[in-house]
Design a protein around this ligand. Structure first.
Ligand code: FES
Length: 115
């Protein structure tokens, strides 16, 4: 049985076989997730966030993932390279820090222009 995983905010989804990592699924869906460690839970660049329902559709965190993420796991953060898909799920990719800074600057400028 295949499952469907949706990536937000890109709103792209793909069907995958059980046990596929979220990182592999993202690549299949043509959603870019940066990595530097080759998927070995070393770089922490592949963080994704899921709500409680979607967390149940992902495998239990590996020991390496527990060690690396610590309390972030309680906030629904997972490593895409470690989390395996065991049900249909939706995950959110955090906004790129540079894009977030630019967006905030643009929002401040728009507020200033209103005054
Ligand atoms: S790819 Fe490096 S921690 Fe997941």
């Amino acid at each position: 049985m295949d499952y469907r995983i949706r990536f937000m905010p890109q709103d792209k989804s793909v069907k995958v076989r059980p046990g596929t990592t979220v990182l592999r699924a993202a690549r299949d869906a043509r959603v870019h997730i940066s990595t530097r460690c080759g998927g070995h839970a070393g770089c922490l660049m592949c963080k994704v966030e899921a709500d409680a329902g979607s967390l149940r559709a992902l495998s239990a965190p590996s020991e390496a993932e527990r060690r690396k993420l610590g309390p972030l796991l309680e906030r629904g953060i997972r490593l895409a390279c470690q989390a395996k898909i065991i049900g249909s799920a939706e995950v959110h990719l955090p906004e790129d820090p540079l894009k977030a800074a630019i967006r905030k600057q643009l929002e401040r400028q728009q507020e200033d222009d209103l005054w």
